[in-house]
Structures are given as C-alpha cells and as structure tokens.
Design a protein around this ligand. Structure first.
Ligand code: OFO
Length: 167
C-alpha cells in the first residue's frame, strides 16, 4: 500500500509529466510553424517520452494498490522568441522536474517506502540524461549563433530522432 502522502505526491508528479508532454508538443508546434522540422521532431519525440514517464508512474500507483487522480493541465506557452530561447526554457523546465523528483524521493525516504525509492531511481537517472542532452543542444546552437547553414544542418540531424520505449 501507498501512504496517502506518497499517493498524493505521485499524483502531482503524474500531472507534471503530462504537462511536460503538453509543453513539448506546444514547442514542437511552434517549431513546425517556423519551418524547423528537425527540432519539431525532437520535441515531438520528447513529448512521447514524457507520456511514457507519466504512464510508467500511473501504472506503478495502480500496482501499489493506490488510486490515480488526474488533474487539469495548464495551458502551455505557444510562442517562443527563438530556438535557443525555446530550448533554454525546456532546460529550465527539466531542472524544475528534477527538483520535484528529488522532493518526491525525499518523501519516500522519510516514509521509508523502499519500493517507491527503488522506482524513483529510474527517474533520477533519466533527469541527468535529459538535462545533459538539452544543455548540449544549447551549446551547439550557441556555437552556430542559432542561425544559417549550421542551424539547418543541426535541424536535419534532429530529424532522425525516434522514440523507443524500453522493453
Ligand atoms: Fe523530461 O522528465 Fe519526465 O521525468
């Protein structure tokens, strides 16, 4: 069984993961509108990953005999000043998610719930990878000043990203 406190905290996190999906889809839509198909694909795949994160937690709450309660999603931003600004915003969002996963882990530790702790380890590791990938993308964009042939080449590279759910 899950404690009430952990169940509530997991439900809040499920909402954040679904919001992440929605936020990245909004970014993908913006990138499509400025003809950056590769970046749009990158964020579309990112949105699919977030859906996977949300559903992994959704199923875990049920496996633990808890109750999933879905909450309203807020409206994501639709306009971004540039592709660099957009990815900086995505990185800030991931840092916020990392903080919320860490707080969730703190609750699991306080409540001495080993199965929740073990489950959350996956998210802790995933956040390291997500922050690193976005930081590298920002660094590359800065190298090419976020424009010109460099931008088109990077956009082309990002067309190849696909979502592969883990087994
Ligand atoms: Fe991008 O983060 Fe989910 O967990």
């Amino acid at each position: 069984m899950l404690s009430r406190k952990l169940q509530d905290a997991l439900n809040e996190q499920i909402n954040r993961e679904f919001f992440s999906e929605y936020f990245y889809l909004s970014m993908s839509a913006y990138l499509e509108s400025v003809e950056l198909e590769g970046f749009a694909n990158y964020f579309n795949v990112q949105a699919q990953e977030e859906h996977f994160h949300a559903m992994k937690m959704f199923n875990f709450v049920h496996d633990k005999g808890g109750r999933v309660l879905l909450k309203a999603l807020k409206e994501p931003r639709a306009d971004f000043k540039s592709v660099i600004k957009l990815i900086e915003e995505a990185l800030d969002h991931e840092r916020y998610i990392t903080k919320s996963i860490n707080e969730l882990m703190d609750i699991a530790i306080k409540e001495n719930d080993h199965s929740v702790k073990s489950f959350l380890e996956w998210y802790v590791d995933e956040q390291v990878e997500e922050e690193a990938t976005m930081s590298k993308l920002i660094a590359k964009l800065k190298l090419i000043n976020g424009e010109g042939l460099g931008l088109l080449t990077l956009d082309n590279e990002l067309l190849t990203r696909t979502f592969t759910p883990e087994a």
